[in-house]
Ligand binder design. Structure first.
Ligand SMILES: Cc1ncc(COP(=O)(O)O)c(C=O)c1O
Length: 462
């Protein structure tokens, strides 16, 4: 019997992993030390230097040291300082120390978290996260939680549970028989629903063209006076945190109507679900618990690292039925088998990160994190407004949409700010106008950061 041993693997096995981890640790600490001084968006020369990565797939192996040197020297400089205090683009939260450091450890564990039998710790912490999150956000007691990559997939899970449940109520088993010949469902969304909601309707075979879109009010909330008749074939999608304004739909009115009709309500709370955990803003989420499913992210407002999306489903069986799979080699347990709640089977143990952030902040910390993000967004918008920038939205949460004079000058200003290195923020179109979007999502942002950014707005506008 030829007992083959790969020379390459033998060398890897014989190289001390401690050296590699120490090197990664040193590069990481350097990065963090330099974070607030580096340009928020990388300099063109540092982006050009990424050409060092352009090579044909190498035949011979490289040492871990060489790999880390490439990443540490060239990679770090071409990152966007998303975890620093002056990144306001899209909706990108920071990376709280408890998450960053426990992820270092859990990456070392490298647990597959599909089933209990894979990893008791991953299963244990995910069931604790389920309990804590449901309590924190005030959802009904047996609400199920699934941990996925982000809100996109969490929306898909919630809508899949809703689609299957509505069809099952109509005597159709979509999991077994698919959508061919199934009773027709209706979908009702806000005209300002996030494009991910629309994408997931396509993925789920519900299409986009037949969707009923409801107009919004001045701040982007769904006009409840225009909500059509709902019935037991309707999937209604609401929003907690409009992408441009942070606005919240009126959950009480919509859910009461949906409940009477037997419709399914999903709430896209990618940004704003956390308002439910804040003493001063939880009025925005009145009636939220009357919905059937919800999604949010860890990596936005909660300031966890990527990739953490969370789906909640009031009807545990509906989520499990939509995500369930079996196989002769599958070993299910009496404890939590995480894959029952998500489309993936094998995946990283996201529950460890969420447990760490919730444990590190506590209820009081989550309350204060949400409060700070809101207060800082309010301050930012006031300062900009005082200096002549036109704020288009009512800043009810952490989003600001603003214009500078007209479409053209707004667009030009956005470009200048993006290349300033002082901050990064995005542009968009809202209510027919070109806007600059500011999302105050990172825990590192200070009032000094905001003052510095306001000065830069004034400088660039001139
Ligand atoms: C309201 C809303 N829904 C869904 C998403 C998609 O979330 P993710 O990027 O985590 O998939 C976003 C992203 O910003 C969002 O703002």
């Amino acid at each position: 019997m030829n007992k083959y041993v790969s020379p390459i693997l033998e060398e890897i096995r014989n190289s001390p992993v401690e050296d590699a981890l120490k090197q990664a640790h040193d590069y990481s600490l350097d990065y963090l030390k330099n974070l607030e001084n580096m340009p928020v968006y990388p300099k063109p020369s540092d982006i050009d230097n990424l050409s060092v990565f352009d090579e044909d797939m190498p035949t011979a192996p490289a040492s871990t040291k060489e790999i880390l040197d490439l990443l540490g020297t060239y990679g770090s400089k071409a990152t966007v300082a998303q975890t620093g205090g002056r990144y306001f683009g899209f909706v990108v939260g920071g990376n709280l120390p408890a998450v960053l450091s426990s992820r270092w450890l859990s990456d070392t564990w490298d647990q597959n978290s599909a089933m209990y039998v894979h990893s008791p710790i991953a299963s244990k912490l995910e069931s604790i996260c389920e309990k804590w999150l449901v309590e924190l956000l005030g959802f009904p007691e047996d609400t199920a939680v699934g941990l996925v990559t982000g809100s996109s997939l969490a929306i898909m899970c919630g809508l899949a549970a809703g689609r299957n449940k509505l069809l099952s109520n109509l005597g159709w088993d979509v999991a077994a028989d698919g959508l061919f010949g199934a009773p027709q469902l209706k979908v009702v969304v806000s005209e300002e629903a996030h494009s991910t909601d629309m994408k997931m309707l396509s993925v789920l075979g519900l299409g986009q063209n037949t969707v009923t879109k409801i107009p919004t009010d001045y701040n982007g909330a769904m006009r409840m006076d225009l909500l059509p008749e709902l019935d037991n074939r309707t999937l209604l999608i609401l929003q907690a945190g409009n992408l441009h304004s942070g606005a919240f739909d009126d959950f009480t009115v919509a859910c009461m109507k949906a409940k009477k009709a037997g419709a399914w309500v999903h709430v896209d709370g990618a940004i704003g679900l956390w308002a439910a955990a804040n003493d001063n803003m939880n009025h925005l989420t009145d009636g939220l618990a009357l919905a059937d499913s919800w999604n949010t992210d860890g990596h936005k407002t909660l300031n966890t690292a990527y990739d953490i999306g969370i789906v909640f489903c009031k009807d545990r069986k509906a989520l499990v039925n939509a995500m369930h799979m079996t196989g002769d080699y599958i070993i299910l347990s009496d404890d939590r088998d995480n894959m029952m709640y998500t489309p993936e089977m094998s995946r990283r143990a996201r529950g460890i990160d969420i447990w760490a952030v919730l444990k590190s902040l506590g209820k009081n910390g989550v309350n204060q994190l949400v409060e700070e993000l809101h207060q800082k967004a309010a301050y930012f918008s006031e300062e900009l407004s005082k200096n002549g920038f036109e704020i288009l939205n009512e800043v009810v949460f952490n989003q600001i949409s603003l214009v500078w004079k007209n479409n053209k000058s707004t667009e030009a200003l956005a470009k200048k700010l993006q290349s300033s290195g002082v901050m990064w923020l995005g542009g968009s179109k809202w209510k027919g106008r070109n806007i600059i979007r500011i999302s105050v999502s990172g825990y590192k942002t200070t009032y000094n950061d905001i003052d510095l950014c306001v000065k830069e707005f004034i400088r660039c506008a001139k």
